[in-house]
Design a protein around this ligand. Structure first.
Ligand code: XMP
Length: 516
């Protein structure tokens, strides 16, 4: 959908840091995409990349089932940067030799640079040691013809290499990780000096090309979008609206499981500050009835999901013929849904699960090339308010999965009051933006307390706060005791029906972020 004149293609050999390569390159305002190592040569040619990066990977190039790209890749006349496994594959395919090393090189290493040209332009040489991060068990033993070493480390005479006449460079270390202090220099030198890219991929250029793409695709058709109040759907709506104006209708389903004020603010923004059409359906009773007597978390989730589809379909049906559904799928969702060498995908993404199939709509996913922080920048560029852009993630099933056991109006009221105190205190103390998520969970048990001279027998609130980069793994936040004390005091004093607050100190895995 987008027109990217310059583009770096990253071929993925399964490294856990492949996405980081993409982020680092995009931070330099150069567009790049990740594709599987097995992408056919013809497809690569059709993408017209400006340069190619071969990522690291967990395998060994001499394994019988090693992931290998088409060696004709090196005949395209394009600059290629090989990283770790990618470097080893480049060496092997061009006639060198890679073998298992006696000693694995893992973690920080000192790099001594031999030439201050190419990827090391601008860096100090020889006597100065640069900190880099290594992670490999194989080493390059014999160089292919035309290659020479450009840097050495304690364990590797070939820590970095270049071809003397062709634009091929290779590094044993990982320039994409923060522990490689010269990583940004290396990537910058590759994309700007060797590939001759210009730093032209900005949010405004992204908006311009995406808006054009959406206009061409949609023509005069109608588009709908499920607005949740979250960052991704808000930014999607704002972007699609910029492209096609009132051909877009957004539907906001209030399932009665939202936090206090969670969605009102964003709805107010769209209504007051933009011309976006938003249908606002209050389906609180419908959802409460569906959840009546349900205790099993999976049944709760399914009923909330299916309930959403029912209401959404009903509302969309009133709009006449609609052809497209705009959805806020992000780049990590796209990558994680693709399988690597036949292995199961890490997760299948669940944005507005099932809607496109049920409604036979074509998808528009204008954020599918972006990372979360890029989506936030895009939102700001589109004029969305900061509170909307920097809000913590909130699950689709809402407070329904933060009330253990049966969901009722009374329990929702208790949880909402506790939750808003958590939110207020996290914001007041400056911790709200430091953590990934922070929220209250209502436990369906009662414990004994004493208030004044009276014995109480009331509910427990669990406080959950986690630090995470991507929600795949998480650790509990080390919140200051004073803050924990204030939150606990306020909840117990201000929320009727709660006499105890506990703090969840479990990491993910083995626990999950949400309790259900
Ligand atoms: P877990 O509990 O699996 O959560 O560690 C990981 C992240 O995903 C969010 N989450 C959801 N988001 N629909 C969503 O849109 C869901 O059904 C859902 N369940 C969990 C959770 O808040 C956390 O950020």
């Amino acid at each position: 959908m987008n027109i990217h004149d310059e583009k770096i293609l990253i071929l993925d050999f399964g490294s856990q840091t492949t996405q980081l390569i993409a982020r680092r390159i995009r931070e330099q305002k150069v567009y790049c995409e990740i594709h599987p190592f097995s992408t056919p040569l013809e497809t690569i040619k059709a993408m017209k990349p400006t340069g190619i990066v071969l990522s690291g990977g967990p395998r060994s190039v001499y394994d019988a089932d090693a992931p290998l790209s088409d060696p004709a890749l090196f005949d395209l006349g394009l600059p290629v940067l090989g990283i770790c496994y990618g470097a080893q594959m480049m060496m092997q395919q061009l006639g060198g030799k890679v073998e298992q090393a006696d000693k694995r090189e893992f973690g920080k290493a000192d790099l001594s640079v031999k030439f201050t040209e190419g990827i090391f332009a601008g860096l100090a040489i020889d006597t100065v040691h640069h900190q880099v991060w290594m992670s490999h068990g194989d080493r390059i033993e014999v160089l292919p013809e035309g290659f020479e070493a450009t840097a050495v480390s304690d364990h590797s005479p070939y820590a970095a290499l270049r071809h003397t006449t062709k634009p091929f460079v290779a590094v044993q270390f990982h320039p994409e990780v923060v522990h490689t202090l010269i990583g940004t220099d290396v990537l910058r030198n590759f994309i700007f000096d060797i590939c001759n890219c210009s730093p032209s991929w900005t949010m405004s250029s992204f908006i311009e090309s995406t808006v054009k793409g959406i206009q061409e695709l949609v023509g005069g058709s109608k588009v709908i979008c499920a607005l949740s109040g979250g960052v991704d759907s808000s930014v999607t709506a704002a972007l699609v609206h910029k492209a096609i104006g009132d051909q877009l209708t957004c539907i906001y389903v209030n399932n009665g499981l939202m936090r206090i004020g969670e969605s009102e603010a964003i709805l107010r923004f769209f209504r007051e500050k933009t011309e976006l059409k938003v249908i606002d359906v209050n389906a609180t009773d419908f959802f409460l009835k569906k959840l009546d007597g349900v205790i099993d978390p999976e049944i709760k989730r399914k009923r909330i999901g299916l309930g959403f589809i029912t209401i959404f379909e009903e509302e969309a049906g009133k709009l006449g013929e609609v052809n497209y559904l705009a959805q806020g799928t992000l780049y990590p969702d796209v990558i994680e849904s693709v399988s690597f060498m036949g292995e199961a995908p890490i997760k299948s993404h669940h944005n507005v699960g099932g809607l496109p199939e049920v409604m036979k709509l074509e998808l528009i996913e204008p954020l599918r090339e972006l990372f979360k922080d890029e989506v936030r920048l895009l939102g700001l560029e589109l004029g969305l308010p900061e509170e909307a852009i920097y809000r913590q993630p909130f699950p689709g099933p809402g407070l329904g999965i933060r009330i253990m056991g049966e969901v009722s109006k009374e329990r929702l009221d208790i949880l909402r009051q506790a939750d808003v105190i958590v939110l207020e205190e996290m914001k007041k103390s400056g911790w709200y933006r430091k953590v990934w998520q922070s929220f209250a969970v209502l436990l369906p048990i009662q414990t004994v307390g004493v208030m004044g001279d009276e014995r109480t027998y009331e509910n427990v609130i669990a406080l959950r706060s986690v630090d995470s980069r991507d929600a795949m793994t998480a650790d509990w936040s080390k919140l200051p005791y004073d803050l924990l004390g204030t939150i606990s005091n306020r909840i117990i004093n201000e929320v009727r029906g709660v006499n105890r607050v506990v703090f969840d100190v479990s990491s993910k895995p083995p626990a999950t972020i949400e309790w259900e």
